[in-house]
Ligand binder design. Structure first.
Ligand code: ZN
Length: 383
């Protein structure tokens, strides 16, 4: 009988909907929650187990024994039917996680769905209201210590503010429409952490925050996305929702250490932390710096931008060198392995081939204005 059930399970898991993880769409489905009636990948099954058996009871499809009633439940529900119940109304601003997304995003998606029933018929998550306030631990600009800071989000005012002292004026006022947020667990060294990035006086500014409660950090992330979406919907009433959702937040394309020389061929190599954010390639002394040391706008191939393997003429190849050409300057860079170098070239090449959007052009104008302005300290300065 057990063998028969195993065979039936294997048939079920091949059906459309069941052949991908119910929570992250992974194609590696080896587990199931037999009270909820869904098929899962290994990672999501672990997160289901962590919620406790009163929420979700998890079994391996082949290594565990299956009873007839449990199999019946799987047949009766399955991933598609479960979605109709647990994802009945996911707010459009909500970022649905995929397989490789940060743990906090997947974990909170699963808890929102099955533990808090946020997206079921009567669910009403608080982050869609357009207002949020609370404390987050924020990294100091000058030192590396994290201190509690009061953050206030107001969709109506298009602002995200933070206060050092609650009673005093805010330390900074960020425009929601101009900021970006990304989870940054590895870099910050905290599972529930985010990097907020915005433009300040023509230069990019980074803020690093975390909260011990993963639900809180996830709610902030979604609240900022919701506020952004609502403002975009007002600004572009004829744009489709899907189009606008694609503009809400973006993860960094690639980050890591590279060696970089100054503008003269005789300059020595210095270790810099590089971040590729859409069309902006930034470099920093340290990964958690508040400001980049330099920002390179990546334009289009046809406008004099290109990247290739090897050091520029007259410069010494460091082994994994590559060269970035921009109309302003030639950058002599070096990765720490062949694979890493090829990855960098590949991601930069993809950006250079992509046509410029109106947003890209305005970003370029802001960076270039900074460069030619009186206080051209960071941009293209080649320190
Ligand atoms: Zn999964």
């Amino acid at each position: 009988m057990a063998d028969q059930n195993e065979k039936l399970l294997q048939e079920l898991v091949q059906q459309r909907g069941n052949n991908r993880c119910a929570d992250c769409e992974s194609e590696h489905v080896d587990w199931a929650s037999y009270n909820i009636g869904i098929f899962l990948c290994t990672r999501c099954a672990g997160l289901h187990r962590a919620m406790g058996a009163h929420i979700s009871k998890v079994k391996h499809l082949r290594l565990d024994k299956w009873e007839d009633s449990q199999l019946e439940r799987m047949k009766e529900v399955g991933n598609l039917r479960a979605k109709m119940k647990y994802e009945y109304r996911v707010p459009p601003c909500y970022r649905r996680p995929c397989e490789d997304d940060p743990q906090v995003l997947i974990e909170q998606w699963i808890r929102s769905k099955y533990e808090r029933l946020d997206f079921s018929q009567n669910g009403h998550p608080n982050y869609i209201s357009g207002h949020m306030e609370g404390f987050l631990m924020k990294r100091g600009k000058e030192d590396s210590r994290y201190q509690p800071r009061k953050f206030v989000l107001s969709e109506t005012d298009d602002t995200l503010k933070y206060h050092v002292k609650e009673s005093k004026d805010p330390k900074a006022v960020l425009r929601i429409s101009e900021l970006n947020i990304a989870f940054a667990p590895r870099k910050i060294g905290h599972q529930n952490s985010m990097q907020i990035t915005y433009m300040k006086e023509g230069s990019t500014r980074h803020i690093y925050v975390y909260h011990d409660d993963p639900e809180v950090i996830n709610n902030w992330y979604m609240a900022i996305r919701c506020a952004k979406l609502h403002r975009l919907q007002v600004a572009f009433p004829s744009a489709s929702e899907a189009e606008l959702v694609g503009l809400l937040t973006r993860d960094f394309t690639k980050e890591g250490w590279l060696l970089k020389t100054g503008p003269r061929p005789s300059d020595g190599y210095k270790r810099r932390w590089f971040t590729l954010d859409n069309r902006k390639l930034m470099y920093h002394d340290e990964p958690l710096d508040a400001y980049p040391k330099g920002e390179i706008f990546l334009g289009h191939n046809l406008d004099g931008y290109s990247v290739r393997v090897g050091a520029p003429t007259g410069a010494k190849d460091q082994g994994y060198s590559f060269t970035l050409f921009t109309p302003e300057r030639i950058y002599n860079l070096s990765a720490n392995s062949e694979r890493d170098r090829d990855d960098w070239i590949n991601v930069i090449q993809k950006v250079l081939e992509r046509p410029l959007t109106p947003q890209d052009s305005s970003m370029s104008a802001r960076l270039i204005r900074k460069r030619t302005g009186t206080n051209a300290i960071n941009i293209f300065a080649g320190r």
